[in-house]
Design a binder for this molecule. Structure first.
Ligand code: IMP
Length: 200
């Protein structure tokens, strides 16, 4: 079976990606089970845009391993912070996911519910080292930053990202529920079509 490298070490992202692409005739690899790469191999995210980072990651890892490679970069844009942290979401604060969302809640202290609008954006790049072709797509997910964290599921900022229609945070959803509405789920459904049309 053809191999598809999912260029992430994130324990939260990999299952979300695989569950959405399931059914396609690929063997899904992640960075932790590719013998072609040293176990500590990391790709920096030097670009000023999510798209730039996704493309760089997919190309470097695809060239290095020879596998068709999918890379994703995501960011959280908070309106009350003029779109920050955006492309710097992963590096917004040192420490754990919890440290980062606590800092966000701190920055938004005193901001009323109606002004706590935000969105997740995910850009996915697929790189084929056989013909040097790259394709990208995007998914956007609107919501609000909750007043306090809620729920145990998911990862990253999920406990503080509130879905107004469903009346709960991402961390209160099952993975299937989250994939239906999330930035990553939307980008992955486009990715699935791109893979079917171009790479199978
Ligand atoms: P990156 O795409 O791995 O660089 O992630 C960017 C940042 O956004 C990290 O801090 C992630 O934890 C966070 N993030 C990305 N996607 C999600 C999500 O679906 N839920 C919550 N946090 C996320």
């Amino acid at each position: 079976m053809k191999k598809l490298l999912i260029a992430t070490r994130s324990k939260g992202k990999f299952p979300e990606i695989v569950s959405e692409l399931n059914g396609l005739p690929f063997e899904f690899l992640n960075l932790n089970n590719v013998s072609e790469l040293p176990s500590n191999f990391e790709v920096e995210e030097p670009a000023a845009t999510l798209e730039g980072n996704a493309i760089i990651k997919a190309m470097i890892l695809g060239k290095k391993t020879g596998f068709l490679t999918l890379a994703e970069d995501a960011g959280l844009e908070v309106d009350a912070l003029d779109g920050r942290p955006g492309v710097y979401t992963a590096r917004y604060a040192p420490g754990t996911d919890k440290d980062r969302y606590r800092k966000l809640l701190g920055e938004l202290q005193g901001v009323p519910e109606e002004k706590r609008t935000a969105r997740f954006r995910a850009v996915i790049a697929i790189y084929n080292p056989e013909n040097d072709k790259i394709r990208t797509c995007e998914g956007i997910y609107d919501g609000k930053i909750a007043l306090e964290p809620k729920g145990e599921n998911g990862f990253g900022y999920d406990p503080v990202f509130y879905n107004v229609e469903l009346g709960k945070t991402n961390a209160e959803m099952t993975m299937e529920e989250k994939n239906k509405v999330s930035h990553r789920g939307k980008a992955l459904r486009k990715t699935k079509e791109i893979l079917k049309q171009n790479f199978l």
